[in-house]
Design a protein around this ligand. Structure first.
Ligand code: ADP
Length: 259
């Protein structure tokens, strides 16, 4: 059985807009999957449906043998790490506390209110910070760090959840190219060494081809590509981004510009 399976998944927002249309997917554990597609294609909607932040309105999503339903949304969220474009750190708190936030789902509301964590959580957070190479910044305020470092804290927070799956929603969209590469290399390492499945929304086709085991693409809510990086030819890219093959041929940067 696939680690993640989506069967006939639809997402219709309250205003009636259908952002995901009949998505069928099977994902094996331990893969690094890039999700491509133009802005508004439904990439973020797909990730939010997978961790039940904004559940699908039709169809079935199963993760690790558990089919998502209203009763288990909280439990699913607790064990799926999420990495965001804007990092979503608490600026005034130190790095360690931000990483400990990844443990909150395991703790009572009272301990979460006062950020009280047992020693075990500190050990888990410390290991996560070591993994992202930021242990030396543990007691710095989060907003004193560079963008790339803040995103690595975001990844450490996800790791502190001890997840088998990390969903990263355009995690490099706010970073410069050097920091982007660092974050992608780190996510790739986490996937390869820890066997954590990573699904990442990206704008850059070249990064997807460089880092992913498998690429899927959406356009207007439809799944329009599902294959290996090698299978994502220039012609396929043109289909995904709605440009013509000639444009791609004459202007290789165009795909990036459209993203
Ligand atoms: P992407 O991540 O590929 O840029 P999104 O998943 O954010 O795309 O959005 C897909 C479509 O759904 C877009 O047309 C967007 O405007 C629409 N959408 C997103 N969130 C909502 C919402 N809360 N209500 C209505 N429409 C939404």
């Amino acid at each position: 059985m696939a680690y993640i399976s989506l069967k006939a998944v639809h997402k219709t927002y309250p205003n009636g807009y259908c952002a995901l249309k009949n998505i069928n997917l099977n994902i094996e554990a331990g893969q690094f999957i890039a999700v491509l597609g133009p802005s508004g294609a439904g990439k973020s909607t797909l990730l939010r449906a997978m961790n039940a932040l904004d559940p699908a309105t039709d169809g079935e999503i199963t993760i690790d043998g558990v089919t998502l339903n209203k009763k288990n949304y909280r439990k699913i969220r607790a064990h799926v790490g999420m990495v965001f474009q804007q990092f979503n750190l608490v600026d005034r708190l130190n790095v360690m506390t931000n990483v400990l936030v990844g443990r909150l789902a395991e703790r009572s509301w009272l301990s979460s209110l006062f950020y009280l964590f047992p020693k075990m959580d500190y050990q888990i957070a410390e290991a996560a910070l070591r993994e992202v190479d930021l242990l030396d910044k543990a007691w710095s305020r989060a907003d004193k760090l560079s963008g790339g470092q803040q995103q690595r804290v975001g990844i450490a927070r996800a790791l502190a959840q001890q997840p088998k799956l990390i969903l990263a929603d355009e995690p490099i969209a706010s970073l410069d190219p050097k920091a982007s590469e660092e974050v992608l290399k780190l996510l790739r390492k986490i996937c390869s060494e820890k066997g954590i499945t990573i699904i990442i929304n990206l704008h850059q086709v070249e990064y997807a081809k460089q880092y992913a085991d498998r690429i899927i693409a959406l356009n207007a809510g439809w799944l329009v590509f599902d294959g290996s990086p090698e299978q994502l030819t220039k012609a396929k890219q043109a289909e995904i981004y709605g440009t013509t093959i000639e444009e791609i041929h004459h202007e290789p940067e165009l795909v990036l510009a459209y993203a």
